[in-house]
Design a protein around this ligand. Structure first.
Ligand code: PLP
Length: 246
């Protein structure tokens, strides 16, 4: 079977746990073909982010064009963007495509470092309007205006509950005009959660490209993330990577 072609537009994580690296592993494990447009380089380990360098916006556009114009793209995942100008060229390019787009509005690394400034977060608006699904965690949803703000802009999103406190994790799928769908599961007790958001969003993109409904894609992605959390190898002194090994 021809694998679905997934383009990850995101940042590189030198530790291999999150970002582009998590996306490539996730897409591959779910039977997709992974391509990348790298927006930023990060030098980081499991304890923190040492350095960040944004890529020239024209270079980001050139990477997207190279993938779209030759191999072709069946679904897109957007992660760390690195600068408002990068968010703008990504929106320009994606406006021309009519394929599933999953937008992870990355703001903070698992270790606590900021990965988006206020201007970049302001530039998320166009991408949220274009996206099939936006995937905020608890602090990201709050920064984006919470449920009332998302409802007012008619944005489709999954509110991920992994960062909330308590023994259960509740994820809510909110699609304008439809009843909310809730998933509740016991919390997996581990500090090795680095890359959870990246893994979730690239898994949803891959499953959508394989023809799943939004609800089925979220369900499959949740199961994939939970299995990866349970398989975390325990690397590093901080928040280690998930287990993406086969
Ligand atoms: N993208 C990059 C390049 C990162 O380094 C990180 C976290 O460190 C993220 C995205 C978001 O990580 P998570 O999937 O843990 O939310």
């Amino acid at each position: 079977m021809t694998p679905p072609r997934i383009l990850s537009i995101a940042g590189s994580d030198s530790s291999g746990g999150a970002g582009i690296q998590a996306d490539i592993k996730t897409v591959t494990m779910l039977g997709g073909y992974a391509m990348t447009a790298i927006c930023a380089l990060t030098a980081q380990d499991t304890t923190g982010v040492r350095s960040v360098m944004a890529v020239d916006p024209e270079m980001v556009a050139a990477q997207i064009d190279a993938c779209v114009n030759d191999i072709g793209v069946d679904a897109v995942k957007i992660g760390m963007l690195g600068a408002p100008e990068i968010a703008a060229v990504v929106a320009d390019r994606l406006e021309r495509l009519s394929i599933p787009i999953v937008f992870d509005p990355v703001m903070i690394a698992t270790s606590g470092a900021a990965l988006a400034d206020a201007a970049t977060i302001a530039a998320f608006e166009r991408l949220m309007a274009l996206a099939t699904l936006t995937t905020p965690n608890v602090p990201e949803l709050e920064a984006l205006g919470g449920d009332p703000g998302m409802h007012a802009r008619r944005i489709a999103y999954i509110a991920k509950g992994g960062d909330a406190l308590g023994p259960e994790v509740i994820d809510r799928l909110v699609i304008p005009g439809q009843p909310e769908k809730l998933w509740t599961a016991p919390r997996i007790d581990t500090r090795h959660t680095h890359g959870t958001g990246c893994t979730m969003s690239s898994a949803i993109a891959t499953l959508l490209a394989r023809g799943a409904s939004l609800e089925a894609a979220v369900e499959g992605a949740r199961a994939f993330v939970r299995a990866a959390l349970l398989a975390a190898p325990g690397f590093g002194a901080g928040h280690g990577p998930l287990g993406h090994q086969a």
